[in-house]
Write a new protein. Structure first.
Length: 465
């Protein structure tokens, strides 16, 4: 069932408040378009991907000034592709993901809730509708864009062979006082130009350059699928993708958390998982159970154990990047690939031995299936320094990937003494230094998917003044 003609959103209410029932001056036309392949420069009207791959499409905007609120829906064929809904994290960083580069450029504060962003807001099983409605506050004017600039990004998973249109509808843009500057499908006050795109999903994509990385994975990660000397960038001190930039982080990743221009995998001052081993001496920088060497071979992010907002490709077993490890991931990573050399993919070769077999399936999912990676944050509000926290979960967690606080420089606040013998009560200690009042400790874990693991209580203390 499709939405009614008029979407009831905060942005829409702003428009009603600003119009006052009177005519508005017609502004220069705003243009919006769907870029079917965000990894390729320019606006792509179409793109081809493979069953099981995760890909992104950008909503780009141009000829806009003083943008202070907007909303849109993006309709797609849900039998061909799907867009997961993320229930956690800041409202501007879910799916669809509002792009901070343009929105925060003038200093305004943005929110995309309520209603929350949704990967699919339509109950019809055949029709998917990604939805985003955002508004801003602040004294400064809103941002503008003369040429195509990414406004939002939608992450999809390719489900089945077929073709899906990506159609913009219920689009509204607003400036100060809720004055509409553009709308389409339907036009409300000022007509905007809205252009969709097309996604074709094939059974698989060939490895045209024979480098072991499927064309779709290379395109998504920014390397050249037609050049064997260009492979997805890894954090290893080498320009893997041949773009003359060494160790550039993937979309959504951060490979220089302390800002010293040295990539964290090579930085002797950074301990990404807070386990007490500095990254150059740590075989598993992110603590997710997969060594850096194997993650580099698979072209996953060796510095991040849990993907945020579907990016980057962080947890090797999480084929669709939704943080859950389930049957869908098994299908994406192994369906049609086991014992099939023509369909060999390094992304599914978990032991890096040059073939995909049952051993890889065991490494990927034994003891991990039906679990999820979860990120918990704890703020020290005791009014004093603390070096211990006792955390009680509602049920047992599986493993702790990392425990790191935000003490400057980033990567130095290590909580490496971890007592899980009383699980679901765990005790974390910082053996060197203390976390100041107001500091934040981030703990990344793997836990059962159901029932969802939550924090029942936490208590700070100081053992070493």
């Amino acid at each position: 069932m499709l939405r009614s003609l008029t979407a009831i959103t905060l942005a829409g209410l702003l428009a009603l408040a600003g119009s006052g029932g009177h005519g508005l001056a017609v502004p220069p036309p705003v243009t919006l378009a769907v870029d079917a392949s965000a990894a390729i420069p320019g606006v792509q009207a179409s793109s081809t991907t493979a069953v099981g791959t995760t890909f992104t499409a950008d909503i780009v905007i141009a000829s806009v000034a003083d943008l202070e609120a907007f909303n849109f829906e993006l309709e797609y064929d849900q039998t061909v592709v799907s867009a997961p809904t993320l229930a956690a994290g800041p409202s501007t960083e879910r799916n669809p993901d509002a792009q901070d580069a343009i929105l925060t450029s003038t200093g305004r504060t943005w929110s995309c809730s309520p209603p929350d962003p949704s990967g699919d807001s339509d109950p019809d099983p055949g029709i998917g509708v990604a939805f985003l409605s955002c508004f801003s506050t602040g004294a400064n004017p809103g941002p503008g864009a003369a040429s195509n600039t990414a406004l939002a990004r939608v992450t999809f998973t390719a489900l089945a062979v077929g073709t899906s249109s990506l159609t913009l509808r219920q689009v509204n843009t607003f400036k100060a006082l809720g004055v509409e500057t553009g709308s389409c499908n339907p036009i409300v006050v000022a007509a905007a130009s809205c252009t969709g795109a097309t996604i074709t999903v094939a059974l698989d994509l060939a490895d045209d350059d024979g480098d072991g990385h499927w064309d779709g994975d290379e395109t998504a990660k920014g390397s050249n699928p037609l050049s064997a000397t260009s492979t997805p960038e890894q954090c290893d001190g080498i320009d893997n993708d041949g773009d003359t930039v060494v160790d550039e982080a993937p979309t959504g990743g951060n490979w220089d958390i302390d800002g010293d221009t040295t990539a964290d995998c090579l930085d002797a001052n950074v301990d990404s998982d807070g386990d007490g081993l500095m990254n150059p001496s740590d075989a598993d920088d992110d603590g997710d159970g997969f060594t850096d060497a194997r993650e580099n071979s698979m072209a996953t992010d060796s510095l991040d154990g849990c993907p945020a907002a579907l990016a980057p490709d962080a947890l090797p077993s999480d084929g669709n990047r939704d943080t859950d490890l389930d049957v869908g991931d098994v299908i994406i990573l192994f369906y049609g690939k086991i014992f099939d050399p023509p369909d060999y993919s390094k992304r599914s070769d978990f032991d890096a031995d040059g073939d995909v077999d049952v051993g890889d399936l065991v490494i990927a999912f034994y003891g991990k299936i039906f679990t999820t990676c979860q990120v918990f944050t704890f703020t020290n509000t005791t009014g004093a320094d603390r070096d211990r926290i006792d955390i009680t979960f509602n049920s047992s967690i599986t493993v702790i990937f990392s425990a790191l606080d935000n003490t400057a420089p980033q990567g130095s606040g290590r909580w490496s003494t971890r007592d899980v013998t009383g699980n679901p009560v765990i005790i974390l200690r910082r053996p060197t230094g203390n976390l100041a009042n107001g500091g934040v400790l981030t703990v990344v874990t793997r836990a059962p998917t159901s029932p969802a693991v939550t924090v029942s209580s936490s208590a700070w203390s100081l053992e070493t003044p």
